[in-house]
Design a protein around this ligand. Structure first.
Ligand code: KIV
Ligand code: NA
Length: 268
């Protein structure tokens, strides 16, 4: 299997659906890699791994550390690391510095940033200088403190037109693909029809060119809440609970460790 690149992902437009999942650690990246075109080290790790309520508290240091971990487990998928809140919105120069840091410290293929028209100049600046950019429009979790919460978008004509303009703007600026999050189907369909690069949907209908899910959601490991767009392809939490229960019981009753888990001195 050839290694996927941002160019090969872009070339899948109109041909093959793009399979994407998030990954944050080496062992999970190793398991997902053979099945995915794209692995995203998402800033969702703040909520999924660190128990934060939003992604606003995630730092560049955290993204770099998890990006390195994921890269150690990947040999096939294209790997993109999220630029976290505050690391790119100030200026295109700040965005470039943050992106270069992630690419040099992790070896990832490119970065993702949230934003539409207001980020187009930054996307153009980065792509012209060798930083592949994965766009992200529609529901943008880093704006939670402005939006006041998470809800699906594109219900009014005005909202629909805005998301469409945002997607067009980042694609025209050079994004190799665009995440469309939390957006009603007709809008996701129109955007997918008009962009020349793949749309990767999350809560944005099957009309998109590809799909992404947070792997802990689809594995049933993150159960704080389950949005409508999540499908549990596995239910791992009860397995973990059961294993902990069995372990605790065996330790308390002196059944574990058994003979086969125990070192004895070599016979002399
Ligand atoms: O952080 C993340 O996991 C994401 C995807 C859900 C698109 O941005
Ligand atoms: Na993200």
């Amino acid at each position: 299997q050839k290694r996927q690149t941002t160019a090969s992902i872009r070339a899948m437009k109109g041909k093959d659906r793009v399979v994407c999942l998030t990954a944050y650690t080496t062992p999970i990246a190793r398991l997902l890699d053979p099945h995915c075109d794209l692995l995203l080290v998402g800033d969702s790790l703040g909520m999924v791994l660190y128990g934060m309520e939003t992604t606003v508290g995630v730092t560049l240091d955290m993204m770099a550390a998890h990006g390195r971990a994921v890269m150690r487990g990947v040999s096939h998928a294209c790997v993109i690391v999220d630029l976290p809140f505050g690391s790119y919105q100030e200026s295109k120069e700040q965005a470039f510095r943050s992106a270069v840091r992630l690419m040099q410290e992790t070896g990832c293929d490119g970065v993702k940033l949230e934003g539409g028209e207001e980020m187009a100049e930054t996307v153009a600046f980065l792509t012209a200088r060798g930083v592949p950019v994965f766009g992200h429009v529609g529901l943008m979790p880093q704006l939670v403190n402005i939006a006041g919460g998470f809800r699906s978008l594109g219900h009014s004509d005005e909202e629909a037109a805005k998301i469409h303009r945002d997607a067009e703007a980042v694609a025209e600026a050079g994004a190799f693909a665009v995440v469309v999050e939390g957006t009603v189907e007709p809008v996701a369909r129109q955007i997918t029809a008009s962009l020349k690069v793949p749309t990767i949907g999350i809560g944005a209908s099957p009309a998109c060119d590809g799909q992404v899910l947070v792997s802990d959601d689809m594995l049933g490991l993150f159960n704080d809440f389950k949005p409508r767009f999540v499908k549990r392809f596995a239910d791992l939490s009860p397995l973990v609970s059961q294993a902990a229960r069995d372990y605790a019981e065996e330790v308390r009753e002196g059944q574990f460790p058994a003979k086969e888990h125990t070192f004895q001195p070599k016979p002399r």
